[in-house]
Design a protein around this ligand. Structure first.
Ligand SMILES: [Zn+2]
Length: 205
């Protein structure tokens, strides 16, 4: 049977699903096809619950206006936690790094998510990152130390230098992770012990 005029047939829908799945990190076209097949084989047990969970999460989760973390509340649960050290802010590239530090339970202060790192190659400039909001937080005067927990890449180092320069006039103490971070290493793939050691042994930037 021919699909209705202008309508979308089943193959188009499956192809669209595969194309969307293939946008996920670590998913090539081939893994996306396998995932789609797995979902299609179990619509009631897997595909619809997943679709429901995705819709509910998409509607409930938003970026924290203070730190940029993703949470169901804004400000996020970390920013409003009175037991956290309010005068130490750990600057990370992305939410995955924040989650890695939280998993490792090594940082008891607050965070600031930049939303990327400076990159001449990818055309990411200071205006594309949450830098002004970091400077505003620091000028508010409560913050004593800023820990730069950025990836050990050229772009990560460039970003750290840039931030250090911008933070210097405020007089805040700026530190960075010790060289426990493997070169080229992203924070969220480090094991908890390495991450803890890198944070404990942090030194002046
Ligand atoms: Zn927050």
């Amino acid at each position: 049977m021919l699909p209705p005029e202008g309508g979308e047939n089943a193959t188009d829908q499956v192809e669209r699903l595969i194309a969307l799945l293939a946008k996920l990190p670590g998913m090539g076209r081939r893994s996306a096809r396998r995932a789609a097949l797995k979902l299609l084989r179990d619509p009631g047990g897997l595909m619809l619950p997943l679709a429901d969970a995705m819709r509910a999460t998409a509607e409930a989760v938003r970026p924290c206006r203070i730190c940029g973390n993703l949470d169901t509340r804004d400000p996020c649960h970390i920013c409003v936690d009175p037991h956290r050290e309010q005068d130490i802010v750990c600057v990370v590239e992305g939410v995955a790094d924040l989650w890695a530090l939280e998993r490792a339970r090594v940082h008891r202060g607050l965070y600031h998510v930049l939303g990327g790192v400076l990159s001449a190659l990818s055309g990411v400039g200071p205006g594309d990152l949450r830098i002004e909001s970091l400077l505003a937080r620091v000028s508010a005067g409560e913050i004593r130390e800023v820990i730069l927990a950025l990836p050990a890449t050229v772009d990560g180092a460039t970003t750290a230098h840039y931030l250090h320069d911008r933070l210097r006039p405020s007089g805040v103490v700026v530190t960075r992770l010790a060289q426990g971070v493997p070169m080229g290493g992203a924070l969220d793939v480090m094991d908890d012990g390495t991450l803890a050691a890198a944070l404990k042994a942090r030194r002046p930037a």
